[in-house]
Design a protein around this ligand. Structure first.
Ligand SMILES: NC(=O)c1ccc[n+]([C@@H]2O[C@H](COP(=O)([O-])OP(=O)(O)OC[C@H]3O[C@@H](n4cnc5c(N)ncnc54)[C@H](OP(=O)(O)O)[C@@H]3O)[C@@H](O)[C@H]2O)c1
Length: 250
């Protein structure tokens, strides 16, 4: 499968930091061409340079994916500049500490728009491209262990990841109905050291406490899971990969 993917185009959302940036480096080294999406242009340029150092090719596409029209235009631009995509990594996502009894509506809306709605838009647009060019490819949703249980105070964030779980199975069924060869996979990690926790808790200190309590997963650990999924033979579709740091209790 890795030979089959060499030179194919992958679109990665949320590639300016953390898990998305690590996936970009992993897939660049595998020989895929990459279109990288996020808002922070300079950070995307840095990741493109890292991919180039590894011998790969990546191009930055800065856009706020909460704006569906801008996202659709960006995906069309990527297609016209680099051809049909063969892989979409729906990784962009965020959490806010925003409890159901006291959370801020704007925080709930942002989580739903990025983690759920933008993922649906990317999936629809990119699977249409895959269907037009041989009807094969790979959709990967970066989900979470929070798609499988509800941590305290995390009802809305978990709701977005439970939605991703439904969107994985829903897409799988639609694709089988269409007799397509496109595969769909969710990857559901526990704690991974990225910019996520500082954003979630609005505190660098709290993030350090979480990530220093015991060895947590690295973004590279998740990128290797993506590599595993992509390099399975065509008849093997990984459905969902659940993983936690060994010492994580929740
Ligand atoms: N870290 C964990 O413990 C953990 C565990 C399980 C699952 N996850 C999931 O892993 C995924 C990646 O998160 P991470 O841990 O790597 O966190 P991160 O370092 O904060 O990265 C989040 C990425 O999403 C992008 N993003 C957020 N809002 C966006 C918007 N409106 N438009 C475009 N891009 C946007 C960010 O880019 P810009 O800010 O440049 O736009 C950034 O590249 C998320 O889906 C998260 O839910 C994380």
């Amino acid at each position: 499968m890795s030979q089959r993917l060499r030179g194919e185009l992958a679109v990665i959302t949320g590639a300016s930091s953390g898990i998305g940036a690590a996936i970009a480096r992993e897939l660049g080294a595998l020989g895929l061409r990459l279109a990288l999406i996020a808002r922070r242009e300079e950070r995307l340029a840095e990741v493109c340079a890292q991919v180039a150092e590894l011998g790969g090719e990546a191009w930055p596409y800065p856009v706020d994916i909460r704006n569906s029209e801008a996202l659709e235009n960006t995906l069309s631009k990527i297609q016209s500049e680099h051809g049909d995509a063969r892989v979409i990594i729906n990784n962009a996502g965020l959490g806010h500490s925003a409890p159901l009894t006291s959370g801020v509506t704007a925080h709930w809306r942002e989580m739903l728009e990025v983690n759920v709605l933008a993922l649906c838009v990317c999936t629809r647009e990119v699977t249409a491209q895959m269907r037009e060019s041989g009807d094969w490819g790979q959709v990967i949703h970066i989900s979470s262990m929070s798609a499988h249980r509800v941590p305290e105070g995390s009802g809305v964030y978990s709701a977005t990841k439970f939605a991703v779980r439904s969107l994985t199975e829903g897409l799988r069924k639609e694709l089988r109905e269409l007799k397509s060869h496109i595969r769909v996979t969710a990857i559901s990690p526990g704690f991974v050291e990225t910019e996520f926790a500082a954003h979630y808790h609005r505190s660098e200190e709290r993030a350090k406490e979480i990530y220093n309590a015991y060895p947590v997963m690295s973004a590279e650990d998740v990128a290797r899971q993506v590599h595993f999924v992509l390099t399975q033979p065509p008849h093997v579709q990984v459905h969902d990969m659940l993983s936690r740091p060994t010492q994580q209790l929740t």
